[in-house]
Write a protein that binds this ligand. Structure first.
Ligand code: ADP
Length: 247
């Protein structure tokens, strides 16, 4: 245990109404980890992510992000968030390079990007394999390419935490594999990866730690232990048959 946990939730409960959606949630994510959050639809995964990011405040318990109260955290550039359905959203008709350039804004304020800022942008495009698409409008990309553009924006901002909410929904199987290879290599470079994923085969193939949620935490530990445990059956109930269903 160190004090440099990226995420630290202690006995968190939250409900949109009087009924809690998540409760008794205690977990820490250390720098450099690759963690997947799984659970059935409506089990509170997105809510948990928002609590971690300080977008929602716990009804009870505490949520800390980079050692600060999560809702007070304001170093946006440390955090890259790839939203659910980003691949399907109607983005503004700007180019991939313009999206990635936004990642530099927290560093330059309202000033102009310097040569080294642009180098960062180009490096980020290269890392995600999108250099050839730099001048293409985001609206003209496939779902997988769009997700890469958003990851490049996070890289350009020098984020050390990547948070992804079902990033590969609607992305074709081949691009999904390439996408996970990209996440793996970013994690190997030291970026903490926090992922909500409904595709359990992707999780078991890639994440090193699984948090299985259904209102409460049913399992939190190494992926191989998760696969051998009955947590999934307990959390998913009769829907456990979807294991390995994936795509
Ligand atoms: P998951 O991401 O696992 O599908 P969510 O965190 O989105 O689960 O939702 C958990 C529960 O909270 C669901 O019952 C959902 O209907 C409810 N919920 C989610 N967002 C809201 C909201 N903004 N207002 C009210 N209820 C919500």
């Amino acid at each position: 245990m160190t004090d440099d946990a990226v995420v630290d939730l202690a006995d968190v409960a939250f409900g949109y109404t009087a009924t809690p959606v998540v409760e008794e949630i205690s977990l820490r994510v250390e720098s450099g980890e690759y963690v997947a959050i799984v659970g059935p639809n409506g089990s509170g995964k997105s809510t948990l992510m928002k609590l971690m990011l300080g977008l929602l405040r716990p009804d009870s318990g505490t949520a800390r992000l980079f050692a600060e109260p999560a809702h007070e955290f304001d170093e946006g550039s440390r955090l890259g968030y790839v939203a659910q359905h980003a691949s399907a959203s109607k983005e503004m008709p700007i180019t991939v390079r313009e999206v990635v350039k936004m990642g530099r804004f927290p560093h330059v304020g309202f000033g102009r990007l310097s040569e080294s800022d642009w180098e960062r942008v180009d490096e980020a495009l290269d890392t995600v394999g999108m250099t050839a698409f730099a001048n293409r409008r985001v609206t003209q990309l496939s779902g997988g390419q769009r997700q890469r553009a958003f990851i490049a924006r996070a890289l350009a901002s020098e984020a050390d935490l990547l948070v992804l909410d079902e990033p590969t929904v609607g992305v074709d199987a081949e691009s999904v594999d390439a996408f996970y290879e990209l996440l793996n290599s970013l994690n190997e470079q030291g970026i903490t990866v926090l992922l909500i994923e409904h595709d359990l085969s992707a999780v078991t193939n890639h994440a090193e730690r699984v948090i299985c949620l259904n209102k409460q935490i049913y399992f939190d530990g190494p992926t191989d232990e998760f696969v051998d445990s009955d947590a999934l059956a307990r959390a998913f109930g009769t829907a456990a048959g979807i294991v390995g269903g994936g795509r």
